[in-house]
Design a protein around this ligand. Structure first.
Ligand code: NAP
Length: 259
């Protein structure tokens, strides 16, 4: 399917690997010129080179921490007029609700709620002026069903979801569609580090921890970052113009819910 976005300009945050990279690859395949970001310079530069070579689009890497004002300023300067925004950042660490301090909450809310809000505040007004835009926020299945050890993530991402629910309806009349994708467990470094948390806590091997977590998913597998990226690219397509303020759960059926 032609997504109708060849020649558009996109910004994908936290994209040197994992889900962000999956989104960058799929948008590049659809012909979108990209600015991509993550903190480790050598990795983001190499990722940009590979994506540009594979898909024949222009890809500009920016090494910066997207959760800081200074990092966002540098990313936004490189991005300029952007038609497509994918917000993403590393997730908060697991832990116990009894231990989290105010500073822990502020850090998580800054990283997984307010940095996405700030990026939308910076870029969506320009999209509205030009009459076209797409925003996809990478959140988590924890928005629909809390994950006990990830209370910091549950809290911050639910806040972002509430913000998007309201603002997406205010910008849709200007041709801008804002939606969220909620990943269940995908085969990325983040999944390995959470496997490791389970293996350490239960005194089992990494392999056993993965099998245990896979068994909670009806497909019996972890999700593929490339498939995740394809869903993101569709939400950024022309054909997604009637999809507004939605939360697309990609979890292999893991959440046992009717809607
Ligand atoms: P990943 O494979 O660990 O990749 C994270 C990417 O983000 C890397 O490119 C990393 O590069 C970059 N990054 C991390 N912190 C950053 C920051 N502050 N500023 C800029 N770039 C940053 O993680 P993932 O699995 O793709 O997860 C992406 C998001 O989805 C996370 O928020 C995660 O919690 C959430 N999520 C993932 C899953 C899953 O199963 N994979 C499930 C639910 C939710 P640098 O380290 O070089 O910056």
């Amino acid at each position: 399917m032609d997504l109708g976005i060849r020649g558009k300009r996109g910004l994908v945050c936290a994209a040197s690997k994992g889900l962000g990279r999956g989104c960058a690859e799929a948008l590049a395949e659809a012909g979108v010129d990209l600015v991509i970001n993550s903190r480790t310079e050598s990795e983001i530069v190499e990722t940009a080179r590979q994506i540009a070579e594979r898909h024949g689009v222009c890809v500009t890497p920016v090494a910066a921490d997207i959760t800081t004002d200074e990092g966002r300023a540098r990313v936004l300067e490189a991005a300029g007029q952007t038609d497509i925004l994918v917000t993403n950042a590393g997730g908060p660490p697991p832990g116990d609700w009894r231990d989290w301090t105010r500073e822990d909450f502020i850090r998580a809310i800054d990283a997984n709620m307010l940095s996405a809000v700030a990026l939308m505040q910076a870029l969506v007004p320009g999209m509205m002026d030009r009459g076209w835009g797409r925003v996809v926020n990478i959140t988590s299945q924890s928005v629909r069903s809390p994950i006990a050890a990830l209370g910091l993530s549950n809290t911050a991402r639910t806040g972002l979801t509430g913000f998007v629910a309201g603002m997406s309806r205010q910008v849709a009349g200007h041709g801008v569609c804002v939606n969220n994708i909620l990943p269940g467990i995908h085969a990325t470094d983040r999944a390995v580090s959470l496997d490791k948390g389970v293996s350490d806590k239960q005194g089992i091997s990494l392999d056993q921890a993965r099998q245990q977590r896979q068994a909670t998913i009806p497909t019996g597998t972890y999700g593929d970052p490339g498939d995740f990226g394809a869903a993101c690219a569709f939400l950024c397509s022309q054909q997604a113009r009637f999809i507004v303020g939605q939360n697309l759960l990609l979890d292999g059926g893991a959440l046992n819910v009717t809607i």
